[in-house]
Design a protein around this ligand. Structure first.
Ligand SMILES: CC(C)(COP(=O)(O)OP(=O)(O)OC[C@H]1O[C@@H](n2cnc3c(N)ncnc32)[C@H](O)[C@@H]1OP(=O)(O)O)[C@@H](O)C(=O)NCCC(=O)NCCS
Length: 155
């Protein structure tokens, strides 16, 4: 895939290359609040395995380091509902629009597959991620047990 230069940092965007160790190392390198939240909720080894088996992955690599990662499910073809299960960018690379580019690749793929909507859940305390999703065009549709459910229609 393309090699955008972000402040002279060469990135490679790849699909479904990261293994479970790459994912776990990446999540651990992401900000501590997010990582604590994630590792409180799920066993990271099990989660990485589930993602490898069932999710599509879009990855931003800097050399041999996974600096950005988005995993989404495109399995509910009947209802046309895609679901983003995970998105993260390591702090040193934050704010460089890597998150936007990962999302664009996910959106493009779901559009090509004729999906109608993308959903996700985000902790209602995660102001940064909520801000990011709103900028992209997601709206919150419900708030349950400390999480917003957000969704975005695909045109
Ligand atoms: C959310 C995350 C993936 C964004 O990645 P990123 O590469 O830094 O994002 P980008 O540079 O593409 O875009 C940042 C956007 O978020 C917005 N944003 C960032 N911090 C924000 C904040 N505190 N409040 C509101 N908006 C914020 C900015 O306005 C910016 O949008 P703009 O460029 O259109 O103005 C990244 O911050 C991250 O990994 N966070 C920790 C993991 C996490 O919480 N993941 C979500 C779990 S559901």
């Amino acid at each position: 895939m393309d090699l955008p230069q972000l402040n002279n940092v060469a990135l490679q965007f790849k699909r479904n290359v990261a293994d479970a160790n790459n994912m776990i190392q990446h999540w651990k390198a992401c900000d501590s609040a997010f990582f604590k939240h994630l590792s409180d909720r799920v066993n990271l080894e099990d989660y990485a395995e589930k993602i490898q088996l069932f999710a599509q992955r879009v990855e931003a690599w800097h050399e041999s380091t996974l600096v950005g990662f988005l995993a989404f499910y495109a399995n509910n073809v009947t209802d046309g509902v895609g679901y983003i299960t995970s998105i993260s960018v390591v702090p040193e690379f934050g704010g460089k629009r890597i998150g936007h580019q990962l999302f664009d690749l996910c959106y493009r793929e779901l559009t090509e597959k004729s999906f109608k909507v993308i959903q996700l859940h985000v902790a209602d305390t995660n102001a940064q991620a909520i801000g990011f999703y709103k900028r992209i065009g997601f709206v919150a549709t419900e708030q349950v047990d400390g999480f917003y459910k957000m969704e975005m229609k695909i045109n």
